[in-house]
Ligand binder design. Structure first.
Ligand code: SAM
Length: 354
């Protein structure tokens, strides 16, 4: 990727509204169940600077070689065509997106795509102390930071790295710089971090973060997935309600897949993401582009389209658009986890990006 883009010259993403439709009436990405697809999640790399026990396979799996990843040019091309079809929101994820070389320039170019009004990033936060200011300058405003514990020692046990302080510093810095919202993603694991639910809840009393509790999902063979570690959102919410009554945020507004609540007078809020216990498939508006360039129609189904082969084969706009339309049509009505006996998906979370 060239280094020719100067951040200061780049157009900034517009605030929430501009004149383009919300992937709505003009969108061509409508699936077989009348869901309009307006959100593309892009995994920039499967490489990560942490080794979370629930995400990274125990046997150090093979990492993708550079040539197996989509190039930034290829990703930009796909996003541009996807926006032409109706995508309005992109989330960059990984692996750890911030470890990929050239990511800031790439983001600068992404923010310049007309019609793409909302670009977000999910990160483990380890590199935020070094990169938060530049990320902001490159055009990112909305951040999700994954942090499963508030205890430094436990952080090391879960992730294999002694980086709690860096992540915590990064979160605070991001807020200070002006990222809004800053959301903290917590995957709740029984016997690992579920004794910290109230600590995370208390954090929102004084700090303006949205702490989002995510149900543990059976994705990624060879990880620590086990049904015994799963805690449902209902359980989590009941335990938090022991601290103080939970009030539905803005009239119980559903924010994407999260149900959002807050404690009275709290600076922050609490989100509950329940892919297992309360499927939100009927509202699913996403496609995923994996690090190796596959279009995945559903996080919890291994069916994918090899878009990299299309890009590096025929490579025409028509062929790429056709693949995006096909991936949309491939979206299942809902995930089949319960029917499949909660069998683990083969796909690696670090390649898919969550
Ligand atoms: N490295 C970045 C990060 O840590 O946020 C982005 C990639 S990570 C795969 C994206 C999100 O997926 C993180 O919040 C992570 O906790 C979550 N995740 C990974 N494996 C999961 C699983 N089996 N169930 C639920 N969430 C999972």
């Amino acid at each position: 990727m060239t280094d020719s883009v100067r951040h200061t010259d780049l157009p900034r993403p517009s605030p929430e509204g501009d004149s383009l439709p919300e992937g709505g009436s003009h969108s061509r990405l409508v699936d077989a169940f009348a869901r309009t697809i307006s959100y593309l999640r892009v995994s920039l790399t499967d490489h990560c600077n942490l080794r979370c026990l629930y995400c990274t396979p125990k046997e150090a799996g093979e990492k993708l070689a550079g040539a197996e990843l989509l190039t930034y040019e290829e990703i930009l091309r796909v996003v541009e065509l996807a926006v032409g079809l109706g995508i309005r929101k992109v989330r960059l994820t990984g692996g750890e997106p911030l470890v990929r070389r050239g990511v800031l320039d790439f983001i600068g170019r992404l923010t310049a795509i007309p019609g793409l009004r909302d670009i977000r990033l999910t990160t483990n936060g380890v590199l935020l102390p070094d990169m938060a200011a530049e990320l902001f300058r490159a055009g990112i405003r909305k951040l999700n930071v994954s942090l499963d514990t508030l205890k430094p020692e436990r952080f090391r046990e879960i992730t294999g790295a002694d980086c709690f302080e860096r992540v915590w510093t990064g979160i605070r810095l991001a807020r200070k710089i002006g990222f809004d919202p800053v959301k903290i993603n917590v995957v709740v694991l029984k016997g690992v971090n579920d004794d910290e639910l109230l600590d995370f809840g208390r954090l929102t009393l004084t700090e303006p973060y949205q702490v989002r509790f995510i149900e543990f999902m059976p994705v990624g063979q060879g990880t620590a997935w086990s049904r015994d570690r799963y805690v449902s959102s209902t359980d989590i919410r009941e335990r938090l309600a022991a601290l103080a009554p939970l009030l539905p945020s803005r009239g119980g507004a559903q924010e994407g897949p999260a149900s959002v609540y807050r404690f009275e007078g709290a600076a922050g809020s609490l989100g509950f993401i329940s892919p297992i216990s309360h499927q939100f498939c009927d509202r699913c508006n996403r496609l995923r582009l994996t690090a190796e360039g596959r279009l995945r129609s559903c996080l919890l189904s291994d069916e994918e389209i090899d878009l990299k082969a299309v890009l590096r084969g025929d490579g025409s706009d028509t062929a790429i658009e056709k693949a995006l339309l096909q991936a949309t049509l491939n979206k299942p009505k809902g995930h089949q986890l319960a029917q499949n006996g909660f069998r683990n998906c083969h796909g690696q979370m670090s390649r898919i990006g969550g």
